[in-house]
Design a protein around this ligand. Structure first.
Ligand code: ADP
Ligand code: MG
Length: 262
């Protein structure tokens, strides 16, 4: 059997909804009965907080950083923690040193790939939440997953951030002779404005082959984050459940149909 389906949630712009989308996509996949491993690759550990696991942020080594430095030495049991909806490799304060450490290592941008090979056996999906900048950690996520979920605000500033992201991804593809597939574009925090409507049209035109999902501005998403859960595990209902479920179903279908390499 091939390894798990790996996806990274990436946009170098901060505050666009990467962590929100990553947690709720993982929650939706769990809702569909899929086993999910969530990796918080952002040194700030926002996803770790949003999964209610902040105590792990200061946990003693080994952390994800140690795994990236020496993937062969990883004991999965030591860096994977249990959440009610998924298993999690949490962020850790040590990850703040990840980029300056990995830059000195040979193949510093391919370490996450090696780590996931050791961790993924029990999971159908691996979801990687990325930091809000381009650099060695995001390179690791893109290289390891080759599949991209892109949250972007329904605002004109997203045009340039998507252009920059695709240029960057293109360069990484060339460097490593790989193909990185955009699997979902998530227009996020959509309000009732004409600007938002225009941006949704722009997204559709700019990336006609990538499924576009529409997440509206909803405090329910913030409240679920504060409870340390996805929207699927809290009492309060939100009409955005369905969007995340559709995204999860579409991805699950795509990956169940993919060719298994011999
Ligand atoms: N659709 C939404 N509706 C309301 N608040 C949102 C929505 N998406 C994100 N947020 C809020 O915006 C902030 C930034 O989102 P976050 O997911 O942390 O972005 P990123 O990971 O890209 O930095 C958070 O406070 C989050 O709760
Ligand atoms: Mg984030």
């Amino acid at each position: 059997m091939a390894g798990s389906a790996r996806l990274c949630v990436t946009n170098q712009k901060g505050g666009v909804g990467k962590t929100t989308v990553a947690i709720n996509l993982a929650g939706a996949l769990n809702e569909l009965g899929r086993d999910v491993l969530f990796v918080d690759l952002d040194p700030q550990g926002n996803a770790t907080e949003g999964l209610g696991m902040l105590e792990t942020y200061d946990a003693e080594p080994p952390s994800l950083l140690d795994a990236l430095v020496d993937p062969a030495a990883v004991d999965p049991e030591e860096i994977i923690y249990r959440h009610a909806e998924m298993d999690v490799v949490p962020g850790n304060v040590d990850m703040n040193a990840a980029e300056s450490t990995l830059v000195q290592e040979p193949d510093g941008e391919t370490r996450l790939d090696a780590v996931l090979e050791r961790l993924e056996a029990d999971y159908e999906f691996v979801i990687v939440d990325c930091p809000p900048h381009l650099g060695l950690l995001t390179d690791n996520a893109l290289y390891a997953t080759e599949n991209l979920v892109i949250p972007a605000l329904a605002e004109p500033t997203s045009k340039r951030s998507l252009e920059l992201l695709f240029d960057y991804v293109g360069a990484l593809e060339m460097d490593h002779d790989i193909e990185i597939e955009p699997r979902a574009l998530v227009a996020n925090r959509i309000g009732n404005t004409r600007q938002a409507t225009e941006m949704l049209e722009w997204f559709d035109d700019a990336l006609p082959d990538v499924p576009l999902y529409r997440i509206r501005k909803r405090v329910a998403l913030q409240r679920a984050f504060a409870e340390g859960k996805s929207v699927f595990a809290v009492e309060e209902e939100t009409d955005m459940d369905e969007v995340f479920l559709t995204m999860a179903e579409t991805l699950a279908d795509q990956f169940s149909n993919r060719e298994v390499p011999a």
